[in-house]
Write a protein that binds this ligand. Sequence first.
Ligand SMILES: N[C@@H](CCC(=O)N[C@@H](CS)C(=O)NCC(=O)O)C(=O)O
Length: 216
Amino acid sequence: MSDLTLYYHPLSSFCWKVLIPLYENDTPFTPHLVDLSDAEARAAFTALWPPGQFPVLADKAADRIIPESSIIIEYLDRHHAGAVRFLPADPDLARQTRLRDRFFDLHLHIHMQKVVGDRIRPADKRDPLGVSQAREKIEMALGMVEREMASKTWAMGDSFTMADCAAAPALFYCDKIIPLDGRHPSALAYLERLKARPSFTRVLTEAEPYFANFPG
Ligand SMILES: N[C@@H](CCC(=O)N[C@@H](CS)C(=O)NCC(=O)O)C(=O)O
């Protein structure tokens, strides 16, 4: 059994962000699916990490609990490194990678969550203004991705990094709510490259049985 346990759900976009680097390096870990609708499972999970958000990584050998997707990726890169490195050794390039990672999480991913999350709220508790503001922010961010990716393979250029791990789930689910059609050809081509990356293909294949639960 591996020392690493990942608390996750196969449909969770932020969990995808961490599964990608785990699969990139074939890092051994035990997947622990958390069903947040199960009160007992939720209680056990919040005992581990009170915010109750996955992914959370447990490293038994180091007696550590590591929450937050970007922090998990940095932790894996430092303590369980494989052939693919997710942060450049050069400090300036590492800072740029972190900025792009933050960009995908904070300017795309969480607004996508807002739009999707609103669909599962009771009809009388919906937030149309919040959703329309989130959509505007997604449009703005997609415009930035379109300009950035016109001349690049991966978010940092030639190397696949943590920024691409952040981009993959954010762009995949954004495409479900605001299709990356002809207006965003470079962003769409980037998403297609991400989907063809074997680590992300595997994540999507494993999520497939759960896609019926995605609020379309
Ligand atoms: N900042 C966190 C965000 C994690 C997050 O939003 N996870 C979602 C699933 S994609 C979650 O656990 N949602 C359940 C909840 O908030 O109760 C990270 O990067 O790991």
